[in-house]
Design a protein around this ligand. Structure first.
Ligand code: ATP
Length: 249
């Protein structure tokens, strides 16, 4: 579904003499339908930058991001117009980070339902899908009418996931989706992600949680200094890349 080829991303630090920082230096990887590829690597290795390039929050400096759309056409996300990219974000590619971008005057239920409407659902269907998604992720009904800004970090993270998966995208990008969760809620989120993979969603993720990676990922791609240094089955790849302590921390 996604093929990343020779991807580079450099940032020019205008406030520090125009110095250049290379976050990605020629990354190649592929994610197929139903596959869950977890990105691992030490802090600063380029994991979040890669997810942001795929979602086009960052424009890559070079390389290609070939994405097979629902219609079967293969498009390069790097050169895609903003309008076409917005369309893909609405329907086919989802991105869930650890931070909730909440609109202050919108209730939790409305926030999640609006994400469904943006993906083409009629409002009534979106509201009932939002209610099921929130219930499934352990957000109690008494919180559905409050504004999302008053929620705790872990509650915001689950609302974010409910919004990002209300009408599941074909490719889901996850950036540390369980970092603020207690064990019971972490479990609810992990099983939701597993069921999305079972239904054929392609997932590219970053987890700072070895157990989550071993449980959910079908492959691990290890990045170091913006390059792929290993790509293989989770347990063996993490063990061989000596990342265990860093990832499990
Ligand atoms: N917007 C930005 N402007 C300048 N430099 C950036 C920007 N985003 C990332 N970088 C730099 O790119 C490099 C890779 O950062 P990135 O956040 O992708 O790493 P990471 O592997 O996700 O790290 P972590 O595990 O700590 O989140 C770092 O050197 C970082 O400082």
């Amino acid at each position: 579904m996604l093929e990343v080829r020779g991807l580079h991303k450099a940032f020019v630090l205008h406030t520090i003499d125009g110095r250049e920082v290379s976050a990605l230096r020629g990354v190649d990887l592929a994610v197929r339908a139903g596959e869950h590829v977890a990105l691992a690597g030490r802090s600063g290795a380029g994991k979040s930058s890669l997810l942001r390039c795929v979602f086009r929050t960052y424009l890559p400096s070079a390389g290609s991001l070939l994405f097979r759309t629902a219609s079967g056409a293969v498009v390069d996300l790097v050169g895609l117009s903003d309008a076409s990219m917005a369309d893909l974000r609405g329907h086919e590619i989802g991105y869930v980070s650890q931070f909730l971008r909440a609109e202050p005057r919108r209730s939790v239920l409305e926030l999640v339902a609006r994400a469904g409407v943006a993906r083409g659902m009629p409002i009534d269907d979106a509201r009932s899908a939002a209610a099921s998604a929130l219930a499934r992720l352990g957000i109690e009904e008494r919180l559905w009418a409050v504004h999302a800004t008053v929620l705790s970090g872990g509650q915001k993270q689950r609302v974010n996931l409910a919004a990002g998966t209300i009408s599941p995208p074909r490719l889901l990008l996850l950036d540390e989706p369980v970092s603020a969760l207690d064990p019971a809620n972490r479990e609810a989120v992990l099983s939701m992600i597993a069921s999305l993979s079972d239904s054929g969603v392609a997932v590219l993720s970053v987890f700072h949680d070895l157990e989550a990676i071993e449980r959910l990922a079908t492959r691990v791609v290890v990045l170091a200094d913006g390059r792929v240094v290993a790509d293989g089955p989770p347990a063996a790849t993490l063990r061989d890349s000596e990342l265990d302590l860093e990832v499990a921390r």
